[in-house]
Design a protein around this ligand. Structure first.
Ligand SMILES: C[S@@+](CC[C@H](N)C(=O)[O-])C[C@H]1O[C@@H](n2cnc3c(N)ncnc32)[C@H](O)[C@@H]1O
Length: 221
């Protein structure tokens, strides 16, 4: 992967895949090399997930853009980047003056990428490399959830966790291009930005993606 600026966030540089990166090895065990224990699979390991962490998703990009344009959103606050992937959102939060940034990511290659990307941008991020969504929230003031409603299963897992965050007095911001499993009834739109999405063809017209505040079921009625 090569370090390159993010198109919608030139302030941030990420390890970025290109055709020779060979990311297919991560989902096709037959293509993994014997001498590379990062990508090789043991027999008892679960099916590999696609390398979602390798890409910038619209939900993360819109949240990171909002944070960099409105640093007061995170300044002096302890922040959790949930489903951090590349770490884009957490990096933006650290650059904007968050007092501490924790990134939660379950993909082991994503965890490695997060550390490298944080270092490439000169920021410090503490990585939690396990699923924290079943437990209590960590000691934080704000959750930043960039594109974590990309499937039904993860949406069902994340929503009760965010509810526990609200109950603990923690604010929650969601960035999303309005994917099918986004719980819109729980969200209030704060801002919109035109950012490219993962999978968009080069030069494709960008659609507006939203930054939302997540609230209790009856909060926005
Ligand atoms: C769609 S990607 C978004 C990445 C990044 N936030 C962005 O917007 O570019 C979702 C990420 O969440 C991670 N993920 C999925 N389930 C998770 C969980 N229970 N806890 C932490 N991360 C999780 C995936 O591995 C993936 O990297």
């Amino acid at each position: 992967m090569r370090i390159a600026p993010v198109p919608s966030l030139p302030e941030i540089r990420l390890h970025t895949p290109h055709p020779a990166s060979g990311l297919r090895r991560l989902t096709d065990p037959h293509q993994s090399s014997d001498d590379d224990d990062t990508v090789g699979l043991d027999d008892d390991e679960p099916e590999p997930q696609p390398p979602y962490w390798a890409y910038v998703w619209a939900g993360g990009a819109v949240l990171a853009r909002h944070i960099l344009d409105h640093p007061q959103t995170v300044a002096g606050r302890r922040v959790l980047d949930l489903g951090a992937g590349s770490g884009l959102v957490g990096i933006a939060a650290a650059m904007a003056g968050a007092s501490a940034v924790i990134a939660a990511e379950i993909d082991r290659n994503g965890i490695a990428a997060l550390g490298l990307n944080a270092a490439a941008n000169g920021v410090v991020i503490t990585v939690i490399g396990e699923d924290i969504t079943a437990g209590p929230p960590p000691e934080i003031d704000l959750v930043l959830a960039g594109d974590v409603f990309y499937g039904r299963e993860i949406a069902l897992r994340v929503t009760p966790f965010l509810d526990r965050c609200l109950a603990a007095g923690i604010d929650v911001l969601v960035g999303d291009p309005r994917r099918a499993d986004l719980p819109l009834s729980r969200l209030r739109l704060l801002a919109e930005y035109q950012v490219p999405d993962f999978g968009d063809a080069k030069g494709a017209v960008t659609k507006p993606s939203g930054v939302f505040s997540f609230g209790a079921d009856d909060r926005w009625r």
